[in-house]
Each structure stands twice: as C-alpha cells, then as structure tokens.
Write a protein that binds this ligand. Structure first.
Ligand code: GLN
Length: 491
C-alpha cells in the first residue's frame, strides 16, 4: 500500500486512468500511512477520513461513467488557512479552533472542480506567522528527514505531509517564503505564483499585499499541473489578475538552451551555510552545461528586504486581525464581564505570543507620528526592491538563488529569538515584496542527509520559464528519487 503513497500526483493520476488503482484504494493507503506516521510527525491538524472516503467513491463512479477531469480522485492536503466548506479551518490558532467555514476558498473550489479529494488540513504557524511551524497552537511539526529538526514554516505541515508521502500533493501559502522555505527544508517542490495569479478569496488574510497560494509537490510536473488548475481570474478578489492562465505543462521539458540565468551577488553572503552555497553553485553550473547563459547580476536593495517586510507584513496583519473580536468568528472568552473586557480577553487568550508581537509591531508602525518613519519608508524601500528585479529581468529570463541560508535547524533552536527566526526568510522575502513568482526545487542533501533547495525566480506571470529551468535541474540532479526514511523502515 505504501507504494501508492510514494507515487507523484501525475503518476497516481496515470495509474488511475489505466485502472491500476482506484481513488478509494489511494485514500485508504494514505489514511493508513497517516495513522501510522503522523501521530509523531504532526503534519495534519484535521484528517477528514469520512469526507475523503465519500469523495473517493464518487470520483471512482464518475471515472467508471467515462468522465474525465485532471485531478479525478486525487487525494490532496490543504494548509489550514484556506476555507473548506464544512471542514474546520483553524489557521494554527486557538481563536479559530472551532471555526467551520460555510464555503470553499477559490483555490479549493478549483481543486474540487477538477475532481480532487481533500484528505485533510495541514498544520501551520499561527496565522502563517513563523518560519519553523513552532508557533502553531496545535504543536510543532517535525521534519520527516530528521525528527529533531523543524520542517520550516509557515506551511510546515503541507511540506512535511508531501515529503513523508501522506498526500499526493498539497497547497500552501507564501507571504514571505512560507511555501518555498519549508519546501526547501523538506526536500520537495514549492511554487509561489505571481501576486494576483491565484485568487485569495477564502484565504485567511495575513498580509494582503503579499499573500499568495501555491502548490507543494513531489516534483515540478505536479507543481505545473496544480498551478494551471488553481490559477485564473476571480471577481471575488479585486487583486486577482485577469491575465490568461499559461500552459505550464507542455514546455516543461524543453530545457534551458539559450536561456539567460541571473545569479545575484547579494544572495551569496557571508554566514550562509557552505554546503548550501556549494550545492547551489553546482546546480548553476549544471544549468550552464545545459546551454543556459549564466550572468552575474546585482539586486542592490536586497539588504532592506527583511526590515521592509517586517514593517509591512505586521502592519497589514494588525489591520487584518482586527476582525477577531470574539463576536463574529471563533473563540470568545465567556467569563469576561462586559463587551470591552470580552474583546480584550478574547484576543489575549485567543492569540499566541508571535501573533501578538506582530499586531503590536504593526499597530506601532501605523500609528500617527510613526507612520512616515516606518510604514511609508518601508513602502518606498519596497518600490526600490521591486525596481531591482524589473531592471534585472531586462537582461535575464530567470534568477537562481538559494531558498534558505541553511538546512533545517533544530526544534526549539530559534523560537525564543525572533530576530534569528526572521533572518531565515532573508532569501525568500524579496519575491513577495516585488510580487514575482518563485519555485523552490531540491538540489541535494548535506553530508548529514538534510535537504537543500534552491529557488528560481521569474518575471511577472513567467511561471512557465521558472518551472522549465527548475525541471531541467530536477532531471539532472535526480533528487526526486530520494526519500526520507520515515515510515519506510517499518514498512
Ligand atoms: N516567515 C515569514 C513570517 O513569519 C513568512 C511567513 C509566510 O510566508 N507566511 O512572516
């Protein structure tokens, strides 16, 4: 049964098309593996066994009736901040612990339309604030490659579930790196699409000008497949682009011959892990050997990315999270005496300490007297960062850089030092500030056997070329055959 779980999403779909496996069998295989492996890994917060079984039987019937759909019967997992109709969406927080949305988010609706079966909701940092999955109200997720390490965050549950073969693929969200960084640390593929490519309708808002939903998958083909399905215009999200959805699949294997690849000086810095640097540099050489033109470039405002993000993201969060007042959503402190004390104690008891820190930072940065010094200045720096990329993309088609400065760190290692934690996002944040797409693809293991990823960034709506360059590396490096040993040794 494990064999079914180890297939990529595309392989599983092909096996179902051939009649070798049914959706019901695949769902049973995943549920069995989840019950064996996940009590320790903690990648799911909700497993919808009944819902998944029912949806699988329906998908098998539709298939038997000759119906065709790209994900018919595919068992997938969803980060627990995308609304799923009738299925709890807790966002890693006590304040939404019992929140059951009455509707599906756009991305989930698109998956269901394509025939997907939702296995459950994956663990995450509270309100997607974190880089290690340790701020979750539901406890930390572990890294399937080494159970003493963090899986990355905030989409740590989705990354661990894909890496440990507890779903065929998953969705995550990326505000400052939350798809790409955990993908990199767990040895899987993660794509953050262009801002506006995928509707944010039904996504619990963290920082609305940065949030994007994207796929987390076992290989590039699956990422291309899912991106095509969840993309598209949605009138329910005013920032969702009208740009037609590209064909991400058909050009995947065309290679990088003649493609100009930029390598930014600012992404190879002192203090980064030497094994990360050497693996990323080796991958760049591979691209060169496959006919790409490698060009050194500069993105001079990169050094402002972390401080800029940690003003803008908390500012937007402080505004977005004002809606959790104990009246309309989720948790309410019933012991509080009077309306105003109820607001205060609901928020005090409902939010964890990292979320409170962000609300305070953001409220401060937006307050009269500080707005110009912090928020406005950060917006100006954001424009400079964006212009760096626009200029670079006049001369290169894609940019290659490490996804994270080091492999996975230890559980508990950085949780009490917010600054150290924030620095884990040093290479991923700029893409969100600029709004460009980026895909993280595994590029090897450290000597200790920990995954290393690199990211390929593209210009606006150029997901196809980033995926193509990433696919070239994936083929050459052959990483997709590597597996964490979790649950395998016990069969
Ligand atoms: N680690 C970053 C943060 O804590 C990014 C999170 C994300 O992309 N959701 O804000």
């Amino acid at each position: 049964m494990n064999d079914i779980c180890f297939l990529t999403l595309s392989e599983l779909m092909a096996a179902m098309d051939k009649g070798d496996v049914t959706s019901a069998e695949a769902v049973e295989a995943y549920l069995g593996r989840i019950s064996k492996v996940d009590p320790e890994l903690n990648s799911y917060v909700t497993v919808d066994a009944d819902g998944a079984r029912k949806a699988a039987i329906e998908a098998d019937q539709r298939r038997a009736n000759g119906e065709k759909a790209p994900l018919l019967g595919a068992p997938l997992a969803i980060k627990d901040l995308m609304a799923t109709s009738g299925l709890r969406t807790a966002c890693g927080s006590k304040i939404l612990e019992n929140f059951v949305p009455p509707y599906d988010s756009f991305a989930v609706a698109k998956l269901k339309e394509a025939g997907a079966v939702i296995l459950g909701k994956t663990n995450m940092d509270e309100f997607a604030m974190g880089s290690s999955n340790e701020t979750s109200y539901f406890g930390p997720v572990k890294n399937p490659w080494n159970m003493e390490k963090i899986p990355g965050g905030s989409s740590g549950g989705s990354a661990a579930a894909v890496a440990a073969d507890l779903c065929a693929a998953a969705l995550g969200s990326d505000t400052g790196g939350s798809i790409r960084q955990p993908a990199s640390l767990c040895g899987i593929v993660g794509l953050k699409p262009t801002y506006g490519r995928v509707s944010r309708f039904g996504l619990v808002a963290f920082a609305s000008s940065l949030d994007q939903i994207g796929p987390m998958t076992k290989d590039i083909r699956d990422a291309a497949l899912l991106t095509g399905i969840i993309s598209g215009h949605d009138p329910m999200d005013s920032t969702c682009a009208e740009e037609p959805v590209g064909d991400y699949l058909s050009g995947l294997d065309k290679g990088v011959e003649g493609m100009t690849v930029g390598v930014p000086d600012e992404y190879f810095i002192e203090g980064m892990d030497p094994e990360v640097e050497s693996k990323v540099r080796a991958a760049i050489e591979i691209l060169g050997s496959k006919g790409a033109i490698i060009k050194r470039i500069s993105l001079p405002h990169t050094k402002y990315a972390v401080p800029t993000y940690y003003v803008i993201a908390p500012a937007e969060a402080s505004s977005n999270l004002a809606r959790y007042d104990g009246v309309r959503y989720g948790y309410r402190d019933m012991d509080a005496d009077g309306l105003f004390p109820m607001y205060l104690s609901t928020r005090n008891k409902g939010f964890g300490s990292e979320v409170k820190r962000r609300i305070m930072l953001g409220t401060y940065a937006l307050s009269a007297g500080y707005y110009d010094a912090y928020y406005l200045k950060a917006q100006k720096a954001r424009t400079l960062i964006k212009r760096d990329f626009q200029k670079a993309f006049e001369n290169v088609s894609v940019i290659v850089a490490p996804t994270a400065p080091a492999p996975a760190f230890g559980l508990g290692e950085k949780i009490n030092d917010p600054l150290k934690m924030y620095l884990s996002d040093i290479f991923t944040i700029s893409a969100n500030l600029a709004g460009i797409p980026g895909v993280s693809v595994p590029c090897g293991l450290t000597k200790k056997g920990e995954p290393i990823g690199l990211q390929i960034l593209g210009s606006y709506f150029q997901e196809a070329s980033t995926l193509r360059a990433a696919r070239t590396l994936e083929k050459e490096i052959g990483f997709s055959d590597e597996k964490p040993r979790i649950g395998i040794q016990t069969g």
